[in-house]
Design a protein around this ligand. Structure first.
Ligand code: KMH
Ligand code: ZN
Length: 281
């Protein structure tokens, strides 16, 4: 049954430079304001990469903990930390992201060329991420950049069991140079490949750069959920830079409402994803 739409905002990422994209939220204050405003518009999950004082990507443990605590204090969003980091981050630092105690963390299901770089995700590293999240009660979002990543996920779940919470949620990250293209045809293929995963597996999708809108429309029509944000696109329309993450969330909410699949509340999103309610909620 098609439900409402889970909207995830990925506001920052690790790839864009603040100097080139001034609207990118890179300080804690900028992130908190973005979180609040995106939640008010209809986002339920925030996928977080943080920056240092020079606005460079960092996995600094103190900053990660501070960010998780501050986001929880100032919003009801589900806090999903990126364990992908930047392509240069060592595995140990990426695993240590879990020590910051987020509600969710990303878990990329394979290695791929990433533009001119390589985004390395060895099998044993994936197993470590998955099993540590099981032990710590963190719900994974499995990042799928290519079709083979779904085969790897079926293998992972077959060998090591379901994630914490028992629900499987994947995110198709489409249009990365080196991964699957951001097209309706590729989304249909990825959607069909979900049949090899546990019944009830849900998916969201995001298209990098100019594939944003085709992927958004295809995902909605296929019963999927949406991820949007300046991690994935910094151009709103030809010749028009994105002004803010809120602009992208508002557009996604508008499309979801047109599709008669309005945004899920944070409470509904927790129930869908198997994320425990906030203490006291
Ligand atoms: N920054 C990319 C290398 C994730 O957050 O888990 C990896 C990425 C995926 O963004
Ligand atoms: Zn990310």
């Amino acid at each position: 049954m098609t439900t409402g739409t889970l909207i995830t905002v990925a506001p920052t990422g690790a790839e864009s430079a603040k100097a080139e994209v001034p609207a990118l939220p890179v300080t804690l204050d900028e992130l908190l304001l973005t979180a609040k405003e995106c939640e008010a518009l209809g986002a339920a999950v925030i996928h977080v990469h943080i920056r240092d004082d020079e606005a460079r990507p960092t996995l600094d443990q103190g900053r990660l903990r501070e960010t998780v605590a501050a986001l929880r204090e100032s919003s009801d969003l589900i806090v999903q930390l990126s364990s992908g980091g930047a392509v240069t981050d060592p595995e140990a630092d990426r695993l240590a992201v879990l020590d910051a105690g987020p509600d969710m963390a990303s878990c990329t299901m394979g290695t791929l060329n990433f533009g001119d770089d390589v985004f390395l995700n060895r099998w044993e590293f994936i197993v470590d991420l998955h099993t540590r999240m099981q032990e710590r009660g963190i719900v994974p979002e499995y990042e799928i950049f290519d079709l083979g990543h779904l085969t790897a996920l079926a293998r992972l779940l077959g060998r090591y069991g379901l994630p914490h919470g028992g629900h499987v949620h994947v995110d198709f990250v489409m249009g990365v140079p080196g991964g699957m293209p951001g097209t309706t045809q590729a989304l249909v293929a990825a959607h069909q490949a979900l049949r090899d995963l546990p019944e009830g597996t849900t998916f969201s999708a995001t298209g990098i750069g100019r594939s944003t809108i085709p992927v958004l429309l295809a995902a909605l029509s296929a019963g999927g959920h949406l991820r949007v944000g300046m991690e994935d696109t910094v151009t709103y329309a030809k010749g028009r830079p994105v002004e803010s993450n809120m602009q992208l969330v508002a557009r996604a909410v508008g499309f979801a409402q047109l599709a008669q699949r309005p945004p899920l509340t944070t409470t509904e999103a927790r129930a869908l994803l198997g994320v425990a309610p906030r203490a006291g909620a």
